[in-house]
Each structure stands twice: as C-alpha cells, then as structure tokens.
Design a protein around this ligand. Structure first.
Ligand SMILES: [Zn+2]
Length: 100
C-alpha cells in the first residue's frame, strides 16, 4: 500500500496548472460564497473516489478556506453546526481573533 491514492496528484505540475485554470474560470472567487482572497481548489468528487477525474476541470471548484472546510466536513459526514457557524460569522464580522 504505502501512499494513499491521490497523494501525489497535488505535487504535479499538471495540478498546479489546473488550479490556475480553475481560478481563472471561477474569476478568482469562492464558488460557495463569492469571497476573494485565498482560494483552495476542491475536487467535487474526491481523488480517492475518482482518480480519473483528478485533472478534470469539470470536477474542480474554487473555494475559500471556510467553504472548503464545510465541503470537506460534508464529505466526511460531519453535519454543519448552525450555532457554531453563526458564532464564526459574528467573530469574522467584528474582526475579533478566534480564541478557541
Ligand atoms: Zn467561500
């Protein structure tokens, strides 16, 4: 076994090129909430589930770190916590550093 499937995908020049292409296509905005700034390119169908779609532009989408975490949690079957999210939004809005 050794390396998990997909591990090396993120280290290829092809992935770097695809990431840039995806950001351009999505206008350098998060497709979840429209935020600009730091973006992560997310596989809609995970590399593990569909290695053949690893470099498919149709299978990737740009997400901000917040939306990316949500998407990843959803994949893992972790349900969103509305109270926690409301709290996060409040902290963000007030520019208060996270203290937990
Ligand atoms: Zn977002």
């Amino acid at each position: 076994m050794g390396l998990r499937a997909g591990y090396h995908v993120y280290r290829t020049a092809q992935w770097k090129a695809l990431r840039l292409e995806a950001k351009r296509r999505d206008d350098f905005k998060c497709t979840g909430c429209g935020a600009r700034g730091r973006l992560e390119v997310h596989h809609k169908i995970s590399v593990r589930q569909a290695p053949e779609l690893s470099f498919d532009l149709g299978n990737v989408t740009c997400l901000c770190p917040t939306c990316h975490t949500k998407a990843t949690n959803a994949e893992r079957g972790i349900k969103p916590n509305p109270e926690r999210e409301a709290w996060d939004q409040l902290l963000k809005g007030n520019n208060i550093a996270r203290f937990y």
